[in-house]
Design a protein around this ligand. Structure first.
Ligand SMILES: Nc1ncnc2c1ncn2[C@@H]1O[C@H](COP(=O)(O)OP(=O)(O)OP(=O)(O)O)[C@@H](O)[C@H]1O
Length: 487
């Protein structure tokens, strides 16, 4: 990830291989053994740590934290971690936390696969540093969508639930609260609203000490968002700790990331280490429009057994697909940027609590959204009006994601499929291809990540059902073992 020309990459580099993680990643068609915490199911991969400080000693025990208690965290925070059933740090937490928590604070640019606990890593750093006796905002997290901002706020509030007097607030578009003052220690928001609130002096920034960009590559890469993030940063005190996290940092963003977060410690992964082994990636070769839609409908029964997302390219497509599925007597929810904020909140909340089982969504929630029950991602391309969708059943279905120029978009693919297979759980990503172009795009994505794609033979539907049922069972077993650990 790091550019060789950057200050950080010129610094000490050490390769750390995790050799103590269990190697027995369950086959996707096998249940997670009872009594085994899915949180321990980790694939083997290398995290490259590049330290900005040449003097830092990678042999120092604090360089890597095997236990949360090694981090000298306040007691209330350890209780919060325990209440969340986090037994030990994930690999990114193990590597990032000692560096994040070091004094004086240092910047960080960190990459880790989807669903590996990046949110908890930056949240812990914030909660460890916040001074409760000072009522002014001290930490700001920016996220690309209101859904993700609300989710992060939930993680921070839960983790900090035992810290007496802690106040957290969301700074997301809300027309009913335009004159609200943001009197909280920690703020989580979207860049436009935060910028507006700082300018209108509703957010007091003078004691702000930490700025986090989640999904940082996305935030810095998109013209509007990137400018807003930059402006927000210029409105904050100089020299604050700047932390950038994402599963992806394409080369074109990395230099900008280093300018945004200078002298950062850097955690990176190679392309071929980015996909999660627990997510079985498959594709369906469809013959034409009616075949695709019929196949999608066939999956509907399976999708409703848990929770599923169908990712589509545009709002128009989302609405068309919903209308068509509703006309065929199927219940689906839709989440796109055209909804009002409160409507978006209602839809995502009903998906989270399981009331809505099948969600059709645009890329607005392709990143970061963490819903435990998502087991399968389906990338679905339908040529009726070029319908492109991605279903999730505790699944994700999607089209083959392409950028605005029609080129394969590996980052979006990775983030979409990452809505399933969270934290060592198993999941399936199913992509529908329908023509040469979509096939070519999927092939390019597979080559980029050096991954194998498996074809699903839907002529043998019994087999498909059997496979999916096994996945659902595995996921359910994972969930119950996690619950068992809290008893
Ligand atoms: N140490 C831990 N032990 C057990 N579960 C954990 C731990 N850390 C995080 N989790 C859980 O793992 C799931 C995924 O975490 P999180 O959402 O932080 O992933 P992420 O890396 O930010 O993913 P994405 O790249 O999709 O944004 C969450 O449900 C979270 O509660």
């Amino acid at each position: 990830m790091a550019s060789e020309s950057t200050e950080a990459s010129a610094s000490l580099e050490s390769r750390i291989t995790k050799d103590d993680a269990p190697k027995d990643v369950p086959e996707v068609d096998g249940a997670v053994p009872v009594g085994k915490d899915p949180a321990l199911v980790e694939t083997e991969y290398e995290v490259v740590v590049k330290l900005a400080d040449m003097q830092a000693d990678p042999n120092n025990p604090l360089f890597s934290a095997k236990e949360f208690k090694d981090l000298n965290l306040r007691d209330e925070l350890l209780r919060g971690i325990q209440a969340m059933n986090f037994r030990k740090p994930s690999k990114v937490q193990e590597k990032a936390l000692p560096l994040l928590l070091a004094d004086p604070p240092m910047n960080m640019i960190a990459q880790s696969q989807s669903g590996t606990g990046k949110t908890a890593a930056f949240s812990l750093n914030i909660l460890a540093r916040v001074d409760i006796s000072n009522p002014r905002p001290q930490a700001l997290v920016l996220a690309p969508s209101r859904e993700l901002a609300r989710q992060i706020l939930g993680v921070i509030s839960t983790m900090g639930q035992f810290i007496e007097g802690l106040k957290t607030m969301a700074a997301i578009p809300d027309p009913t609260q335009r004159n609200k003052k943001f009197d909280a220690h920690i703020l989580v928001g979207t860049p436009g609203t935060v910028m507006d609130m700082i300018r209108r002096r509703h957010i007091d920034v003078q004691d702000m000490r930490i700025l986090v960009l989640d999904e940082a590559d996305n935030m810095l890469d998109q013209q509007g968002l990137g400018e807003q993030c930059n402006r927000v940063k210029t409105l904050l005190p100089k020299g604050i700790q700047t932390v950038l996290f994402s599963a992806t940092f394409p080369q074109n963003v990395i230099e900008y990331a280093h300018r945004f977060s200078p002298k950062a410690n850097v955690l990176t992964l190679r392309h071929d280490e980015l996909t999660i082994e627990g997510i079985k990636q498959m594709y369906i070769d469809c013959e034409g429009a009616s075949d695709k839609y019929a196949t999608l409908l066939k999956f509907y029964g399976l999708l409703t057994q848990a929770s599923s997302i169908i990712f589509v390219r545009s709002r128009k497509t989302a609405n068309e697909l919903r209308d068509r599925m509703v006309a065929d007597n199927h219940t689906v929810a839709v989440l796109t940027g055209e909804l009002e904020g409160h409507q978006r909140d209602e839809v995502i909340d009903s998906f989270r609590n399981g009331t809505a089982k099948v969600l059709i969504a645009t890329n607005v929630i392709a990143r970061g959204i963490d819903v435990e029950s998502v087991t399968m991602v389906i990338n679905y391309v339908c040529s009726f009006s070029r319908l492109q969708a991605c279903l999730v059943l505790t699944y994700v279905l999607q089209d083959v994601p392409t950028d605005q120029m029609g080129r394969a978009d590996p980052e979006t693919y990775l983030h979409r499929i990452g809505r399933t297979g969270r934290f060592g759980r198993v999941g399936v990503a199913l992509t529908f291809v329908h023509d040469r172009k979509s096939w070519q795009a999927l092939k390019e994505i597979a080559e980029y990540f050096k991954m194998d794609l498996v074809s699903v033979d839907i002529s043998d539907w019994d087999n498909v059902e059997k496979m999916v049922n096994k996945i659902v069972k595995s996921s359910a077993a994972g969930k119950s073992t996690k619950e068992m650990t809290s008893m």
